[in-house]
Design a binder for this molecule. Structure first.
Ligand code: F0G
Length: 462
């Protein structure tokens, strides 16, 4: 028999109860949180789609490995296991553990960047951009034009615009110490990058003698999209495809909180001995000795196994399908989303859904808050609150007002996803009743985390 139903490729050995609340409870919780879901207690959330980072479920094999870990300060057995797993996958020579992805970014950029330099990428994630700007350098986004059009379907919307990259390297190449590509492209909707495009970036890097680094947080999801969508890769394993991706690069930064299937951790890996030595010196200063880099031995064990489990094809089939399934239900009901669905999240186009709420009254916040109040679901605004405030204090609408529903790995079942679809479709049906918000306490930086809001008119986001 050929089965059409794709099931969760695991059974559940240990469960965590979720708390059911009623509408009044949630209204009160949201008021207490000053209408900012970052300020909620997680216990008051039924289905938490705030992020896919560090929120995944570990396997029995990972939990088992924890107790076998070696907590030696230097030269721990767990480090060598971790190093072997990362090297097997990436092929990189120097492997430097860090406490999470942004630590790898900080160490890399502090090591290689000088003020006034430029780092191109398809789209920089916000911590990547922030770490580049912290070195007084410039982060340039060069995703293909199709990657900027939410409703447009394209198999590899995360691809780099090669002509634009070549122009940059021609005109200002002397200021570019390295080129980055983010797989999958989180800021652009969790969209994949093709191997053909990566080879194109590699060719330009060779021509202009620049190292290429991957932001590899979601490398396995990217590899599975290549298997599904790129001609010639249908019969390759996700692991072989991932190895081919890494073989095109000179190094990577990684948050093991995503495709490492771990709750914490990351690494910086590269082939350049000089940069590696400088990075390790910085690592010792702020993270720890090079064989633990701010992690416990048991974290290194969890990551080593996570990196093996994440390339399992039945896992990736279920993973990508469950996001696609949610996307199909929402777009089938007329909810505007970034098409096609990404690898780790659905991005709802809140500006298109709520045209009566002007961008400076934050349609994304209106939708996030209504989803919480109506259904106990927590998503995140990726729009004007996150990107609209400028260093000079002025505010303009962001390019898009999106709401991201990021799905933690191996945590929720299909009925959870069905519930999420029902809730979003229900909230979309009451869109006319949703109202905008204003910020009553404006933090100066990263205001989306802590800002306090008030509804523009009476009512709890509805
Ligand atoms: N790069 C990308 C593409 C990311 O998505 C993230 C984190 C990082 C780097 C930084 O890694 O959190 O381990 O320091 N993204 C999370 C998210 C926070 O919700 O998308 P980190």
């Amino acid at each position: 028999m050929e089965f059409r139903t794709i099931i969760e490729p695991f059974r559940i050995k240990s469960i965590e109860s979720v708390k059911f609340t009623n509408l009044e409870d949630r209204e009160a919780a949201l008021v207490a949180a000053a209408y900012n879901v970052f300020r909620l207690r997680a216990d008051d959330v039924l289905i938490d789609l705030l992020t896919d980072s560090g929120t995944g479920a570990m396997s029995a094999a990972q939990w088992g490995a924890l107790i076998q870990a070696d907590e030696s300060y230097a030269g721990s057995r767990s480090f060598y296991r971790f190093e072997a797993a990362v090297r097997d996958l990436t092929g990189f020579e120097y492997i430097i553990p860090t406490h999470q992805g942004r630590a790898a970014e900080r160490i890399l950029f502090h090591t290689v960047l000088q003020a006034g330099q430029i780092v191109p990428n398809n789209n920089h994630f916000d911590t990547t951009r922030a770490n580049i700007e912290f070195e007084h350098a410039e982060a340039v986004d060069l995703v293909i034009a199709e990657g900027r059009v939410p409703a447009l379907v394209h198999p590899f919307k995360g691809n780099v615009d090669l002509a634009a990259l070549e122009r940059l390297l021609q005109e200002r190449g002397d200021r570019v110490p390295l080129v980055m590509v983010t797989v999958t492209n989180n800021s652009g909707g969790g969209q994949p990058v093709s191997l053909e495009n990566l080879r194109g970036v590699r060719a330009l890097c060779d021509a202009y003698r620049k190292p290429l680094f991957l932001d590899a947080c979601r490398f396995a999801e990217n590899a599975y999209f290549i298997k599904r969508r790129e001609p010639g890769y249908q019969d390759r394993t996700p692991k072989a495809i991932a190895q081919e991706m890494f073989a095109l690069a000179d190094g990577c930064t990684m948050s093991a909180k995503k495709d490492g299937l771990a709750n914490i951790g990351g690494f910086l890996a590269m082939n350049d001995a000089t940069w590696a030595e400088q990075s390790r010196n910085l690592l010792i200063l702020t993270e720890g000795f090079p064989t633990y880099g701010g992690l416990a031995g048991y974290d290194l064990e969890a990551i080593a196994r996570g990196l093996e489990e994440v390339v399992d094809e039945s896992y990736l089939r279920y993973r990508i399908r469950s996001i696609e399934y949610l996307g199909e239900k929402l777009s089938g009901a007329g909810v505007p989303i970034i098409q096609p669905p990404g690898g780790h999240a659905i991005y709802i186009d809140a500006r298109a859904l709520l045209p009566h709420i002007p961008p400076l009254q934050y349609p994304g916040i209106a939708l996030v808050n209504a989803l919480y109040v109506e259904a106990g679901i927590r998503g995140v605004e990726i729009g004007t609150v996150m990107f609209g405030l400028h260093p000079d204090g002025s505010e303009t609408p962001a390019a898009m007002d999106l709401v991201r529903l990021a799905v933690p790995r191996r945590v929720y079942t299909q009925s959870h996803i069905d519930y999420v679809a029902e809730a979003v479709i229900g909230v979309a049906a009451m869109r006319d009743r949703l109202r905008g918000y204003r910020i009553v306490s404006p933090p100066k930086v990263l205001r989306h985390f802590t800002a306090e809001f008030a509804p523009v008119e009476d009512g709890v986001g509805a």
